[in-house]
Write a protein that binds this ligand. Sequence first.
Ligand SMILES: Cc1cc2nc3c(=O)[nH]c(=O)nc-3n(C[C@H](O)[C@H](O)[C@H](O)COP(=O)(O)OP(=O)(O)OC[C@H]3O[C@@H](n4cnc5c(N)ncnc54)[C@H](O)[C@@H]3O)c2cc1C
Length: 387
Amino acid sequence: MDSLSKRNLPFQEEHQIYQDQIGRFVLEELLPNEVRWEDQGYVDRDAWLKAGANGLLCPSMSNEDGGPGGDFLHAVLMIEGLARHGVSGPGFFIHSEMVTPYIIKFGTVEQKARWLPKMASGEVIGAVAMTEPGAGSDLRGMRTHATRAEGGWLINGQKVFISNGQTSDLVVVAAKTDLADKNSITLFLVDTTTKGFQRGRNLEKVGIHGQDTSELFFENVFVPDDSVLGQPGDGFKQLMHGLARERLSIAIGSQARAEAALKWTIDYVQQREIFGAPLSDMQNTRFTLAEMQTDVEVGRAFVDDMLRQYLDGKLEPTRASMGKLWLTEMLGRVADKGLQMHGGWGYMREFPISRLWVAARIERILGGSNEVMKEIIGRSLVGRGKA
Ligand SMILES: Cc1cc2nc3c(=O)[nH]c(=O)nc-3n(C[C@H](O)[C@H](O)[C@H](O)COP(=O)(O)OP(=O)(O)OC[C@H]3O[C@@H](n4cnc5c(N)ncnc54)[C@H](O)[C@@H]3O)c2cc1C
């Protein structure tokens, strides 16, 4: 309980056991495959099934819903466990923390029974499809729409940048039920074997190559009435509902990555000889480490404070936005300094700092871009303004 007991959070012995289990799984099953997955552009299904069998998918899903029955702290340990080792390929986070919560929170008994147990076991991989080529931050501008058909809906449109898009079996799709009404956004559970559903390219990103990110196309995709999550038109409210947890989760992962970057850098500068002495002998190195350590320490205090508030049901969405903003910016600073300290080796894929540095960049854009976070925080202080 060493590292966990210092955190002033209600961790129990079972959390320590779970953390050790994740560590072993990462070292034995994930890290040895990362480069191969990066080369092929997706993670093997087998890794999902093994993760499910070991209780590492959807950690906080209850036994009743078919999950391993942990709590949010188990989910935290899972996010940290992958981030701390620089694992970026498996889209477990999106699956477990972005997709299943919609079904847990808003699904009917039948929807839950159909999807959740298989999501926990890894037999079903989940994705969430909001973004479109013309609508990212401004989701109300989406053009994908669903029109009434006998016994259900016909979905037409296109999505882009969808994580797990190539490998998913279930996609939570946001579509308008009335294109003229920007508030008619509705969430549909779409089985990817449905006729008219098509995957486009596995998009070429600058980093996290092991995680598939796709275009998706919908051409008269028929979904029965019982595929609607909640009621037609509930979509925007549902999207808002999980934002505090999502943003906190991004902050948690960013903190763990920053700690990893710092650790790797401390190790590296002590063993790298330069001008006849370890690189750590240079004052600039020690100053850089000092800046990184200070950032990481402030980050840890902020993240764990937000976590305590979340567990007490008191984390305000605006504060979660501050957490997402600050922690992802901090990760960018720390990863960049860490890479610089590695010199040319830091730019080589074989050094984990290089992959962490590229992976870190997306965190400022995902989950609501950092400019959107600033808007939310700013408005909470002085209202909307004229612009
Ligand atoms: C690797 C990756 C994985 C992704 N996974 C998913 C996924 O699984 N599902 C999904 O639905 N989407 C996913 N996305 C999409 C992601 O959520 C969007 O890229 C993000 O919301 C930004 O939208 P956009 O790319 O259209 O940029 P835009 O919205 O066009 O933003 C462009 C710029 O405008 C700024 N901006 C936006 N709004 C404001 C504002 N109010 N004030 C000031 N500036 C503003 C932005 O910060 C940004 O700098 C993923 C993206 C990537 C790159």
